[in-house]
Design a protein around this ligand. Structure first.
Ligand code: IPM
Ligand code: MN
Length: 372
């Protein structure tokens, strides 16, 4: 298969982790006889420095001319610490999501058996955890107007949702649940927010077309407690934009490190794949960032194009690196391995999957999540 991949490494550790994902994709290309082309462009803080724009036209054009986008991370401390900044690196990501028309961000959360002890949760609590978050990506408080009064003393952020924004992601989430454990949890604040009440009405109505899937609707504050007390109770979590962003960060650490979780942003056209972690500027250039989330994002990209065996080979090589403790310091503080080493090991083991039969695909997640 030929796939043209736009690479947007972005800021901070983005370039380092994307370089490892590309190594792995090249190994897949060789092993399975595919043809991938990679073209790199600027986004975020790196783009602002060079072009004064967070999403330059060249970047939009490249993405729209590609089959898929592999994105690293965005954000620089000089902007985080400056509330008066006129252009922010994050705008690049918002504009890109808009340009691609991606409306669903899929974040699978699975626990690697070898990392059970690494989690802040007890092993018994964590066991069997395997869920996927469907985060709405266009609306809510992210999508509305953000204003500051002339005297700088009053700010507003408008949250709005339309039925059609809710229903298109809801159908995707129900279809995914049908192929998994047939349970959906809608997270909202319908005791407070009108947008949440609209979500409940629309999701309940749609649920009637999927009688085999059980729907539960719970408040955000309850959901975040449940995720710590009993994470294995979740299967598909459906959430509006902001709630989905927050809960997926909490979800990311229960597996042991935020550096492990990938995501896919999909819509009707070109899809984008990205680790869920941020730009972690303190680690940039130090060869300590965990490349696994970026590498698993590449595995999701392969799965998106129906390359199941290829995707499994990547996941299996990742599992092998964890098992053999070829990991970055966030996983094992004593580890002497860096970002590059881990990337090399995983890429080399895509070619040599000798003990892949001993891998537990069931528990490593991606194979169970559904990207349509
Ligand atoms: C994410 C990130 C972004 C978001 C930031 C970088 C704007 O946290 O993709 O989860 O909030 O959507
Ligand atoms: Mn986030």
């Amino acid at each position: 298969m030929n796939i043209n991949i736009a690479l947007l490494p972005g800021d901070g550790i983005g370039p380092e982790v994307i370089a490892q994902a590309v190594k792995c994709l090249k190994a897949v290309e060789e092993t399975f006889g595919h043809q991938f082309t990679f073209t790199t462009e600027l986004i975020g803080g790196a783009a602002i420095l060079e072009t004064k724009k967070a999403l330059p036209e060249n970047t939009i054009k490249l993405c729209l001319d590609s089959d898929a986008v592999l994105f690293g991370a965005i954000g620089l401390p000089e902007y985080d610490n400056n509330p008066d900044a006129k252009i922010r690196p994050e705008n690049g990501l918002f504009e890109l999501r808009k340009a691609l028309g991606v409306f669903t961000n899929i974040r699978p959360v699975a626990v690697f058996p070898t990392l059970l002890k690494k989690s802040p949760l007890k092993e018994a609590v964590l066991k069997g955890t395997d869920f996927v978050i469907y985060r709405e990506l266009t609306g809510g408080i992210y999508g509305g107007a953000h204003t500051l009064s002339g005297d700088g003393t009053t700010a507003t952020d408008i949250a709005s949702y339309t039925e059609s924004q809710i229903s298109r992601i809801t159908h995707l989430a129900f279809k995914a649940a049908k192929k998994r454990s047939k349970k959906i949890t809608l997270i909202d604040k319908s005791n407070v927010l009108e947008t949440s009440r609209l979500w409940r009405r629309v999701v309940k109505r749609i649920s009637a077309s999927y009688p085999e899937v059980e729907l539960e609707c719970i408040y955000l504050h309850n959901a975040i407690m449940q995720m710590i007390l009993n994470p294995s109770r979740f299967d598909v979590i459906l959430a509006p934009n902001l709630f989905g962003d927050i809960i997926s960060d909490q979800a990311s650490v229960i597996g042991g490190s935020i550096g492990l979780l990938p995501s896919a942003s999909i819509g009707d056209g070109i899809a984008m794949f990205e680790p869920i972690h941020g730009s972690y500027p303190q680690a940039a250039g130090k060869d300590i960032a965990n490349p696994i989330a970026a590498i698993l994002s590449a595995a999701m990209l392969l799965q998106h194009f129906g390359l199941e065996e290829e995707s499994r080979a990547v996941v299996s090589a990742v599992n092998k690196s964890l098992k053999k403790k070829i990991v970055t310091p966030d996983i094992s503080s004593k580890s002497k391995h860096g970002t590059n080493d881990v990337g090399d090991f995983i890429a080399n083991n895509i070619v040599d999957t000798d003990d892949s039969l001993t891998m537990n695909y069931e528990n490593i997640g991606l194979g169970k999540s559904t990207i349509i």
